[in-house]
Structures are given as structure tokens and as C-alpha cells.
Write a protein that binds this ligand. Sequence first.
Ligand SMILES: [Ca+2]
Ligand SMILES: [Ca+2]
Ligand SMILES: [Ca+2]
Ligand SMILES: [Ca+2]
Ligand SMILES: [Zn+2]
Length: 719
Amino acid sequence: MTPYRLNGFFKRFGLSVLAVALTALAAGAAQKVPIAFDDYHGYPATAKYLKDVAAAYPQITALLEIGQSTMGRPIYVLVVSNMKTGTTVDAQVPLRNPRSEGVKNVTPMKPYMGKPGQWICGATHGNEYTGSEVCLYTIDKLVTGYGVDKETTALVDTKTFYICPIVNPDGVFNSLEKGISQRQNSMLRDDDGDGRINEDGPDDLNGDGLITQFRSKDPKGAFVVDDADPRLMVRVRPNDKTEKERWSVVVEDKDNDGDKRRGEDSEAGIDLNRNFPEGWWNDQGFAGGSGDYPTSAPESRALAEFFVTHPNIFMAQFYHTSGGFTFRPLGTAPHTRLHPQDVAVLDFIMGKKYLETIGEDVPEAWKNPAAIPALREELRKTSKNKYAIERGYELPRGWTVSYDEVNDRRYGFGMTTDWDFLELGVWSITTELWNPAKDIPGLPRVAGAEGVEGDDERPEARLALERALLKFQDEKYGGKLFLNWKAFKHPELGDGEIGGWIPRYSSNAWPGEPLAGVCDKHFRFETFRAGLLPDVVITEAKARLLYKSESAREATAVAAGGEVRIKKGGAKGKYRIVEVTAVVENKGPLATHTARGSTLRGNREDVVWLVGDRGKVTFLQGTPYQRLGVLDGAMKIPGSGGGEGGGMRAGGPGAPAEESMTPPPQFRRRGGLPGPTQVRQGGARREVRWLVAVEGDSPLKIVVSSQKGGTRVQDVKVQ
Ligand SMILES: [Ca+2]
Ligand SMILES: [Ca+2]
Ligand SMILES: [Ca+2]
Ligand SMILES: [Ca+2]
Ligand SMILES: [Zn+2]
């Protein structure tokens, strides 16, 4: 058994069937820090695992504490990247203002911040910890695959993974360690104004270590007992007619403070996925509201600060449960707020791959964008969704938006994904992990039950699925995921029964084979996305000696007929007039900014510097740094209309009206001589050129820096 197995449920009940099945999943010999997925790790074991991995793999990992929860539990991010590779602008380009030199309190960038970054996190909602396991699985695959698997090694060398398994430590701790399912963060609450804080959370009434449900007969109840399996409760609406006896079902709880109410002022506080500074509104009516102001919760504050101070993050995944589908942006606004090219990348590239990964049908339009005009005409006759008609396709179940397109209504507010995408220009998505109808190997298929969420949605399929799940856990899990109902006398509600699905397992991937399967699928999808990141490199760099002189002044550049010539003076001397040329290319599939990101003032376009000793290098033509705009990617974006690459300026219908990054200026230097256009716009490639006077053998280097596409440096030798 591995050291990271929880002393939780399985130990208590013993689980022979799974134990056999899980041996295959357990630690391989190559793991310095063994990990298995036969139960959820929860906060303490996750924290220990991260520390052990950071200690065992110092060359490719670093553990950061990015903040603390309201209850003081650290929020950890494990950086996975080759710590010996990568460089940053501040390490390569000396300060240009002498007065700024020697300033204090400047935080230097870490080398890994100079590589394209991918953020992956789980458990923003405390009771949705399947994503934490996917994070741990991803870490394990990356660290054990490094130096073994070619693709993994390349990713760890050239990219930076920021992996935060538990965004909401208190919610996860309470859900798993205390058994009290908690979506929100923790908060000191006194909503009822009685002066008592957190006085009436759920209670383990029967002392079995679990918070389950209490059911009792109630003429006004919203449930009846299922005919096929009397352990299951079936929801009926209060006004629906039924011949059967009605029951009410409540969480296991009593009135702790004798105020005749149960469950007031539990520890559950703010919904962290409503507390971000985009489309935020103050909603105190919402259960676990959006907070007093954006990032008022320490957990969302920690994330927001981390994103702002790590601008190399270009991919982001926020794992939630459940359903087995992905919310791509946006939730707060329709797709008209997005650039069509961003939509094309999201749907045709990422969405297509995601649907293939989870085994669902890819829309015709994504496979064959040329058919979109015809598909649009067809939709005009059949669809009530004006946005689908515009696009030429309905979004499939597996890759969709939370925005309600049919009724033109926003779903949420203050959500991480929208903030990231709209305000930072990050390819951010939220995957709702766990589709029990599909993710449990060996479970009989239940028609129409895939990804059913609420009780109101396809109730027959939902019930059929629940029956199948209950039977499956009877047979394959020894009945341990469901507590059979037992008579209990509730102190306030009287006679009834305690039992039901054990919350620990009810909306998260079942441990063992199902969980490991979910982890592996999503690990593969996110490494596919990592492979889409831009990769800005210097493919050519030359410094050609044009002329030697005694004095830098003698070497004057003149422009004639589009060419630059050196006006000759003396023949020998200590100054060398040098032409430096470089080719900078983005070898990665995607452009260095999203179309949205290229319109944001907070983002920087790609830049190249020629760096030399300030006292010994005089720029005759070209400035020390040259702006490159946004480098396109190598990938053809289907259906984007712009032909090849991720051309940032290919404005289409619905393109945002905001101003794009400005093209580089025409340099005017040295006595008003018009410089040639130094930088060619468009495409994935830029050629740059400088003319400099260099004193003696003073060295030169070229530094190219893309905020999200990486920073590279190359020395140039004068020839
Ligand atoms: Ca109170
Ligand atoms: Ca209570
Ligand atoms: Ca209990
Ligand atoms: Ca009470
Ligand atoms: Zn969630």
C-alpha cells in the first residue's frame, strides 16, 4: 500500500474487491513518490504529496505557497518545469534608466516565467475534488515521464505547468475530513444575527462518522420511494399528484442552538467561482454568495494575484464536477463578445479534440468548415438559437457554454474562466469532470443518462441511471458507496431513517478504475493543449562587420534607394560598424496572444532587444528594442477565414471594436534619417535588423521576449 492512501472510508470498511483491481494502478517502480487513485487524497495527504514531490524532483519542480484559506491552510501551486532552462527579460536586459539601477524591493522573475505557462487546478468548489486527483495524476505523469517519455520531457523542458490541486483547502477539508459536503470556502458567519458564529452546521446524528440524509414521512414532502429499489428516493413536485406516500429528505442535522432552525450559519461562505473581477455582481441571495467585493475571499485573491503576476500563463483549466463536459468561454455574455478567430480555436481545435477524447460526436461544421454556409441555412429553419444560426452549428453537450443562448441570459457572474479569458487573454476553460453513465467501466448503458445534472432534467433517465449505479456499487464496491436506511429518531423531526448515498462519492468520480480513467483522459487532453502553446525562438542571428573606424561619429549611415550605406572615413580603428540581423519565429501552433488578448492594454506584444554594453554600443539605425506585434502560430485555424496562422488582425464579423496592438513605429533617428521598416508584420516570422557602432570586442546578444510565447537569448559574434 502506498503512503498516500487515506485512512478514510475504505480502511474503515475494508474493500477486498477494489483492492485487487487497484494493484494494477498502484505505484510503479519508477515513482520516487508513489501515488495511487484508490481513494481521494483530501487536503492533508495532497499537501504532503506536493512537498514530497518537490523534495524528490528539485530539478523539475518548485512548490509555491500562493496564499492561505480563511482557516489558515496554505494554498499550494506546484511548478513543473525544467528549472535549469528558461530565461526572462529582467535577467537579460539591463535597466535603461541609470536612476533606476540599484532600486530595492523589485521581485526578480523566475526562469520558468520565461516559458509559455499552463495553469491546471482543482477543487475551486470544495466538494468537487475529482479535479484535485486529476492534478495529482498529471503531476505524477509529468515527473515520472521526464527523461523517459520524449513528449513529456520536451513539455517539461520548454513549458511551465502551474498545478494547484486544491484552490479551496477549507471546503475540501470539511468535505473529506469532516464529511460535511462544502462547495464554498469557509467563513465566519452570523447571517441570523444572533451573535453566534457558525453555530448550526450539519451533525452526525447517528455517530457513524458520516453526514448522510434523514428521511421521514411527510404529507408535504417532495419525495416518494422508488418502486424498483426502495432505497432510492424519487423527487416529485409539491403540486404533482401521486398515490404514493410522500417523504421529506434532509441533510443529517439538528438544531444546535435551540432557535427552531437547522443549518443556519454553517461554515460554508463564498462561492469562489463567483468572486472574480469580471461580470461580478453582489448577490447575497445566492447560496454562498459572490462576496462583498471581487476577490474578497482570500482564495480567489490568491489566484487573481498569481495570474496577474505570472503573465506567461496562456492556458488554464479549472476542473469542477460533474457531468463530463467542458464549459468554454463565455458564461456572462454571448459569443458576440468573442473574436470569431478565438471561437474557431476554441471549437475547431480544442473542442474537436476534447470530444474525440471523451468519445462524443464532433459537429459536422467543425470537421468541414466549408459546409458552414449550408449548415447555417439549415439551422435557420430548425433552431431557436440565434447564436447557433450565426455560427452554423449548435454547441454539443460535451463542449458548450454556460451562457443560455436560447433565452439570451447569462448564467453566472464573477467566474474564473470568464475573467481569465476576457481580462487576461488566457485560453481558459472549465471542465466538469465525471459522467457516471460513461466513466464507469462495466456499467450497463442507460439511454439518455449521459451527463444528467439536476433532478428535473430527464427524470426517467436519471432514475434508471441511479438504479444501475446502486446495483453496480452493490456488486462491485461491496455496497460501500451507499448507506442503507436505518430507523432513527430525530430530536426535532421524530421517527424516520438515516441513510442514502454517501456524499463523499455521490458527485465525484468513483475511486479506483473509474477515477484513474477520468484522470488519464484529462491528463491527455491538457497535454494536447500544452502542445498548442506558442514557442518563440531565434532561428537566425548574424552580426556582419561592415567597416572599421577610429571614431563612432565617422561612421554615418545614409539611406539611399531603400538601402543603408556607410559613409567611409578612416580605415583602421577601434570602432566596428556592425549590421546585426535576426530572424524570430513562432514555431508553436497558436499565436502569441488570443485575438482578445491582443486588444488588452495589460498585455504586451512580442519584443526583440539587441543588448550590448551601454557605454560601448551606439545605435546608428534601429532602437535597442523593436516591437514585433503578435506572432502568428504555425497552425492553420480552420474556418477562421484568414487562411493560415492565427492572424491577429483578421477582424471578422463580430470582431471587438477595441483597438489592436499598434504596429511598430517607423524609426527616425540620427539626424532625421528615415530608417527602413525594421519589422515585417504578419505571419509567424519576423526579420529584424540593426546598425551599430561597437567599441572593441564588446559582446552583443539578441533577446526576444513574448509574454506568453517565451523568452530566448542568443549571443552574436561579429564576423
Ligand atoms: Ca448566528
Ligand atoms: Ca446543526
Ligand atoms: Ca451519520
Ligand atoms: Ca439553529
Ligand atoms: Zn463547481
